[in-house]
Write a new protein. Structure first.
Length: 424
């Protein structure tokens, strides 16, 4: 019987992707494990393997198509002796081969493209817990939709925006009036007025659309607060120059390498900042895994330095250069950018003195690092010149209180101003 090859879910929060390239064409024979396509998510381009043996009977989604919903058929695989003319019965679905994913989900789930019309049955409910994206929950509450009667089309049966849209169109069961939440103010949308000035329209890629949705969701749903310290990094700069000048050194340390190491050491001192908020509990992570923002042509991506507290400066520096290079080429593996308990965003190399970053959900903290510059300071009652660096911590107040954030920044400042302590 013909087999439907479905769009795979390559991460826990993926609901749609771009079919970047077909590696097989119609009529080609495939074996289980053969690479048949390249799938582009918001973070990386990954190769998709065949699960069954056969030949490609028909390609349903041409390469270059964006917004392909997870579990949507993208091709038909024929078994031995079959052809498309004889494929009259409904094809069975070939489950996509699961890709490795991190233990903790990353990023705010976003809306998928329109999937197949959801059936009304409570399949997204496990042990009385409803699995739905925050946006889907909010839409359902505003519309009075009973989510327990909506079947989710997202990963693992998660209910997403498209499922609520379909439920609204199909007249799904309404929830009891008491359960409906008060409507939130709508975000302005729609066409931008044309005032006559010339412009160039740059089409939004699927990556840019997903980033925009996730940042909007993070800013709307996470109660941010901010803490700033001014760090004297004269000793750091002197130690960096000394270490980089060592004969035979196989590294080139940057200020950011010291920041990563200092953050890791501070998180060991203040583990309550290494956390994630959930409705059931605050998760405090045992490992110190630090996400570091890297700019790419398509937007930001945050590769992860795993167990940063257990690595030396040279190892962190070399690993970060490798991850950043592959991030820009979209060659990272899912486990290299999914997860992490804390983020760093450094814009100092662009001359930015100070800024506040948007939290990278589901994490609770992100440290924004400004440029190092010489400034006048008061030292021992006299004016002196020092190399100063502004660092601002954005904090999720649900999971990290002000005192905990301040304690973390105090520990970070002490380490970054006396970096020899991380080498002892």
């Amino acid at each position: 019987m013909p087999i439907e090859i479905l769009m795979p879910a390559l991460s826990p929060t993926m609901t749609e992707g771009k079919l970047a390239k077909w590696l097989k064409k119609e009529g080609d024979a495939v074996k289980s494990g053969d690479l048949i396509a390249e799938i582009e998510t918001d973070k990386a381009t990954m190769e998709f393997e065949a699960v069954d043996d056969g030949k490609i009977g028909k390609i349903l989604v041409p390469e270059g198509t964006e917004g392909v919903a997870v579990n949507k058929p993208i091709a038909i695989l024929l078994e031995a002796g079959e052809d498309m003319a004889s494929a009259k019965a409904a094809p069975k679905a070939a489950a996509p081969k699961p890709a490795p994913v991190a233990a903790a989900p990353v990023a705010v789930p976003v809306a998928a493209a329109q999937p197949a019309r959801p059936q009304v049955s409570p399949t997204a409910k496990v042990a009385d817990r409803l699995f739905a994206s925050p946006l889907a929950k909010r839409m359902a509450a505003n519309a009075g939709i009973d989510l327990s009667a909506v079947k989710g089309s997202g990963p693992h049966g998660r209910i997403v925006k498209a499922d609520v849209d379909q439920a609204l169109a199909g007249g799904a069961a309404k929830a009891a009036p008491a359960a409906a939440a008060a409507p939130r103010p709508a975000v302005p949308s729609g066409p931008v007025p044309d005032f006559g000035q010339p412009f160039t329209a740059v089409p939004n890629s699927s990556v840019r659309k997903i980033i925009a949705k996730r940042l909007l969701e993070a800013k709307q749903t996470i109660p941010h607060f901010y803490l700033t310290v001014e760090c004297n990094i004269d000793e750091l700069m002197a130690l960096r120059a000394k270490l980089n000048a060592r004969p035979g050194a196989n590294y080139k340390l940057s200020v950011n390498d010291f920041v990563i190491k200092a953050v890791a050491a501070a998180l060991k001192k203040v583990p309550a900042a290494n956390a994630t908020w959930t409705d059931e509990a605050i998760r405090r992570y045992d490992n110190v895994d630090i996400s570091v923002a890297v700019a790419t042509p398509d937007g930001l991506i945050t590769p992860i330095i795993r167990n940063a507290d257990k690595k030396g400066l040279a190892a962190i520096s070399n690993e970060m250069k490798d991850l950043a290079g592959r991030a820009k080429d979209k060659k990272l593996k899912p486990e290299e950018f999914q997860g992490g308990g804390f983020s760093i965003s450094n814009l100092g190399m662009f001359g930015i003195k100070e800024f506040s970053a948007i939290i990278n959900p589901p994490q609770s903290c992100i440290l924004a690092v400004g440029k190092a510059e010489q400034r006048p300071i008061v030292k021992n009652g006299a004016i002196a010149i020092a190399t100063m660096m502004s660092c601002t911590l954005s904090v999720d107040h649900r999971s990290v209180d002000g005192a905990v954030g301040a304690e973390f920044m105090q520990a970070f400042q002490a380490i970054i101003e006396e970096p020899i302590t991380v080498l002892l």
